[in-house]
Design a protein around this ligand. Structure first.
Ligand SMILES: [Zn+2]
Length: 447
């Protein structure tokens, strides 16, 4: 049996809140709660005083709203639409103190982008978290290829590279995969042993014909980020490469990094020195504290340029109540299961999400990626599927159809004739041009 190492986040957080390593777990926990309470009070005051948005948004909140952490439930949420409506009103510093602006295109029909602002200090905290998070699985001397956007200064890939440098790990920026062979050649020529990338892109490298040159054991660790991560992709990478796969959870609004799995590979430990997390009932807004699933909400504790208070992520997860096998007292959040607004209704109260489809479809061992379209046509949903695979699999469409039919909601919808499966269409190219765009089920209202 191998030892499961303690998450490095514990020591990092103990240092940040100035609680020594020898302080017993119980007191550490109390100190962390107290740190959160004090920081939350500060951020509420700071945001109210400095940001035009929060001055208005928190106008009805009492002067000293928090006695305990549970009192957070008294504060209003910040919605993603608030960020796209008027991002500049969130600023708490002068415009010239902003070093980096990230523009996020929203998938909604309004089309107004969200803008997230960072000061130099804000970016520094992200680099610091990246360094500590990566130290979970890479050691000095290892060589990492970063398959995330990294050509702009202060982009996620570039900040990650700076974090890795601090822990003496060599890293190489590649950017999202656009051509399989180029990426594979780089892995070989640079003697890469670890990858950081987008789940479906890394899977494509492992499963593609060109990827066969990467023998088992060459890639030791993989960090998957930017999207929720299907278990079927993790399992497949572990089998093909014999590597360890770690999950990172984060979004730009969080300051890119949010949490990372430990050696136990069972849920993230969170960036609790910089962020305060809650799980809420997405319908009632109440805090869920019994470990059941809900929407992740976070508050920034250390953000200088643009604090966010109770920001609704739309992501679904839960806190795991059982202690982590790595031995930390830090909380653990189960892997994100998808998005609340990502559900597609199939009639009769049934829904389906992309993560549910991912689990099924990525279990097909030759499938590299796919795209699902649902079109309402004569009171029926027509489910169209395009599959990306090497050409020698183009006769295996029926396998994809079978896997789709085996998804319980789909089979029920087919049975009651409210859904019809279209033919499987094969494609070989054009899949990487979307870069890091979030995947989703494409819904057309009429056919
Ligand atoms: Zn752990």
């Amino acid at each position: 049996m191998t030892m499961i190492s303690l998450t490095p986040l514990e020591v990092w957080i103990r240092n940040k809140i100035e609680i020594g390593l020898s302080t017993p777990d119980r007191s550490f926990q109390d100190a962390l709660n107290n740190y959160h309470l004090q920081r939350l009070k500060n951020v509420i005051n700071y945001a109210r005083q400095k940001s035009q948005f929060y001055a208005h948004h928190l106008a009805l909140v009492p002067e000293e709203p928090l006695n305990t952490l549970a009192d957070m439930s008294q504060l209003p949420f910040t919605m993603p639409s608030d960020l796209s409506d008027n991002p500049w009103h969130f600023l708490t510093v002068h415009q010239e103190d902003i070093t980096r602006i990230v523009t996020l295109r929203t998938s909604g029909s309004t089309g107004k982008p969200k803008r997230i602002f960072f000061t130099q200090e804000d970016l520094e905290l992200t680099i610091d978290f990246f360094a500590i998070g990566m130290s979970t699985f890479v050691k000095p001397g290892q060589r990492v290829l970063i398959l995330l956007p990294g050509d702009q200064p202060d982009s996620v890939g570039e900040l990650l590279a700076r974090g890795l440098k601090r822990i003496k790990v060599d890293s190489f920026a590649h950017g999202p995969v656009r051509d399989i062979k180029t990426a594979i050649d780089k892995i070989v020529s640079l003697e890469i042993d670890s990858l950081v990338g987008i789940p479906t892109q890394v899977l494509t490298l492992a499963r593609s014909r060109e990827g066969a040159v990467l023998k088992k054991g060459m890639i030791k660790n993989v960090l998957l980020s930017t999207d929720y991560v299907p278990q079927s992709i993790i399992k497949s990478l572990e089998e093909i490469w014999g590597c360890s796969v770690f999950n990172h959870y984060g979004m730009t609004e969080m300051g890119l990094g949010g949490g990372v799995e430990c050696d136990a590979h069972n849920g993230y430990h969170l960036r609790e020195a910089d962020l305060y997390f809650e799980v809420i009932n997405p319908e009632t807004g109440e805090i869920i504290d019994d470990g059941s699933s809900g929407e992740i909400v976070f508050t920034t504790l250390t953000r200088k340029g643009m604090p966010l208070i109770r920001y609704r992520t739309g992501d679904i997860a839960r806190f795991i109540r059982e202690p982590c096998p790595c031995g930390t007292v830090l909380r653990r959040m189960e892997r994100v299961r998808g998005r609340w607004d990502g559900r597609v209704f199939l009639g009769m109260g049934q829904t389906i999400t992309l993560p549910e489809m991912d689990e099924a479809l990525f279990s097909v061992p030759w499938l590299l990626n796919y795209r699902v379209t649902m079109t309402n046509h004569n009171e029926r949903i027509l489910l169209g599927i395009e599959v990306y695979a090497d050409s020698d699999h183009s006769h295996q469409g029926p396998e994809v159809t079978r896997v789709l039919r085996d998804i319980p909601q789909i089979s029920k919808a087919i049975e009651r004739k409210s859904l019809e499966l279209g033919p499987v269409q094969f494609r070989e190219d054009d899949w990487f041009t979307t870069g890091v765009a979030k995947r989703g089920i494409i819904v057309n209202e009429r056919g």
